[in-house]
Each structure stands twice: as C-alpha cells, then as structure tokens.
Ligand binder design. Sequence first.
Ligand SMILES: NC(=O)c1ccc[n+]([C@@H]2O[C@H](COP(=O)([O-])OP(=O)(O)OC[C@H]3O[C@@H](n4cnc5c(N)ncnc54)[C@H](OP(=O)(O)O)[C@@H]3O)[C@@H](O)[C@H]2O)c1
Length: 351
Amino acid sequence: MKILVTTPTGKIGHRVLRELLAPEFCVRVVVRDPSRLPEEIREQVEVICGSTDDAPTLCRALDSVEALFWCVPTESLQETNVEQHYERFACAGWQAIREVGTPRVVTISAGGKGLARNAGPISGLHAMEEILNETGAALRHLRCGLFMENFLSQARSIQTQGVLSYPMPGHIPIPMTAVSDVVDVALRWLVRGNWKGIEGVAVHGPEDLSFAEAAAILGRVLERPVRYERSLGQDYIRKLASLGASAPYAHSRVNMFAELARGVTRAEPRTLESTTPTNLAEWCAREFAAAGPSLPALPKAPARLGSLAQGWPAGSSRTIADDALFVRTDEHLFAVTDQKPPKVATRAGTP
Ligand SMILES: NC(=O)c1ccc[n+]([C@@H]2O[C@H](COP(=O)([O-])OP(=O)(O)OC[C@H]3O[C@@H](n4cnc5c(N)ncnc54)[C@H](OP(=O)(O)O)[C@@H]3O)[C@@H](O)[C@H]2O)c1
C-alpha cells in the first residue's frame, strides 16, 4: 500500500512515518527541506520536496497513493490570519486530491465541530474539514483534544515558578490527548483499506481534565508544587506579543480558549472508542520530565514536619516559621524557599 505522509518532521507526522516503515507499505513524504529528515529515514522513503500549500507539488506526491495522512502545519506566531492559514493548505489539498482521485484521507482536526465559532485554529481546522469534504475522497477527520504536548511550551514556568497559565478558568474540564494516541488512531485508519464515506473521529484521551487538575497532576509527577493561574486575555496577548506573535495570532488564541471555556468540545460526546489510553501522569513521566529543563529537586521538608503535615489536603500550603513556607503535594512535603508564598491550587482547583 502506498501512503503519503505530510509534515513528516512534525510532532505527529514524524511518529506516523516511523510506524509505517515496514515492508508492506511504500511511504512517500512531502517535506520542504529533506535534510531535516534523519538519514536512515530518508533512505527508506520516497521524498517529494516542496510545500503542502502548493497544489502541483501535492499532485505529484499523490500519484498512485491509496491513503494520505494530512496535517496542516501549526500556524506561525507571525500569522496574521489564522483561519486563512488552514484554508490555504486545505484548498491546495482539495485541488490535488480531486485531480488525482486519492481514495482515502486521514486528517488532523480538533473537537467542537458545529459548536465552535471564531475559535482561531479550531475554526481553521473545521474550515479545512469542509473544504476537503468536497474532494470525493473517503475521509476520517481526527477531532483531537488539546495536545498534552502543549504543556512543553510552559515547561520552564512549570518547573521553575510552579505555574501553568492559560486565558481560561481553571475548573472547566476539556479533553486532553497525548500525541502518541493521535498517532495510533491515525495509523489504524491509514493502514485499513476498507472504509468509505466521511466521518469525524474524536480522539479524547482518557479523561477530560481542567487546567487546575492538570497542574496538580504535573506537580505530583514532577515532585514540585504546580498551580494553575488563569491569565487575563490582555495579559496573555501581551505575553504572546513579547514572544513575537502578531496581534491577530494572539487574539485567535484567546478566542480559542474562550470557546473551549464555553464547552464546545461537548460537540463530540466521549465514547469508549474516543477514549484513548495515555493519561497525563504517564505522559508527563515519559515526555515532560525528559524534555523539560532539568532542575535540582526542591528541598524536602525536615522529617519532623512530615507528621505535622499529614492531615493537610494535597495541594495546600502553610507558613510554619516566619520565613518558611511548606507545600504539600500528594506524596511529599516541600520547603519553598521563595519568600513569596505561592497560591497553591487545592484539589478542588481553587487557588
Ligand atoms: N496543539 C493542539 O493542541 C492541537 C489540537 C488539535 C489539533 N491540532 C492541529 O495539529 C496540527 C499540528 O500538528 P503537529 O503538532 O504534529 O505539527 P507541527 O509539529 O507543528 O509540525 C508541522 C511541520 O510542518 C512542517 N511545515 C511547516 N510549514 C510547511 C509547509 N508550508 N509545507 C510543508 N510542511 C510544512 C514543518 O516542518 P519543516 O519545518 O521541516 O518544513 C513542521 O515540522 C495543526 O493543524 C494543529 O492545529 C493541534
């Protein structure tokens, strides 16, 4: 079976590609810069050099392909029209898939279809779905939860300040999915040759989590207090601007979180099939701890304080001496040397 993989150097694409390197598949990739592929991979795949928003490149790449893994690259911080970014790629895909007559396409999309409005990248992905639905191909749109990998962009703040922050309330549960689970679902559809029609396939991760719950889990695995701090939209926009984001990009992110807070992911109810295995604690132990900055462990509190703290709820903090603040996670009692007592999320998620 010949399979075309887009974004073969991306978070999802590079894993999909590795799993397809087996004698029963003939794998082709579209990549802007082939040198970004590891040499041993380059030797085992057919490489088409170019961009996936270019229809002629895609037409060449799709020749005799039975299944296409389609992923629109994440928009850059400088993008000035996030939805158009997704539409541009989708239009090139639409043209090429129609022209070549590609039979099956598996896309990376997001939850909230039919409910999300003006939700930045989520709306862009839903526009992509609509465009590709007109190609005549059989399609499975993988409507993913928020990638757990997003937490890596806050690794430093999580590890050094114990803060996870987004412009959305901390108590609203949303699906959170590890990229490895998305890859597994994508592979299942790509390698099967017997499906038809157009369907959304939710990929929800094992449970919906609020950001306060996610912070508590990250803290437990990283063995340091981590709290969720809701940022105000304007502060979040300023923070993104300081990292080089365009104003439309920053606004689109805030709009996305506002829509998530409105509960748009209920558009795809959780089912046995949409529930995928990797939980946040496992993901964190496997990937965050490896990829995040390595820091010395926080000083554990003296053993004599252990019994004193036994009755404290996990996530609570107490000032015991004038200048020493102690924080209890599920498993440990830490002395926080920073003089400013952090507000520590409690189990219920209230700071
Ligand atoms: N983050 C989330 O929570 C979430 C949730 C649901 C859905 N999604 C969607 O998932 C998708 C991103 O997946 P990902 O994280 O696996 O991707 P990614 O890591 O952002 O990878 C994108 C890859 O695309 C390549 N690329 C960039 N521009 C290109 C172009 N013009 N032509 C061809 N290749 C290009 C880049 O490779 P080179 O630099 O090597 O060319 C890069 O490695 C997005 O559509 C996003 O909206 C994300």
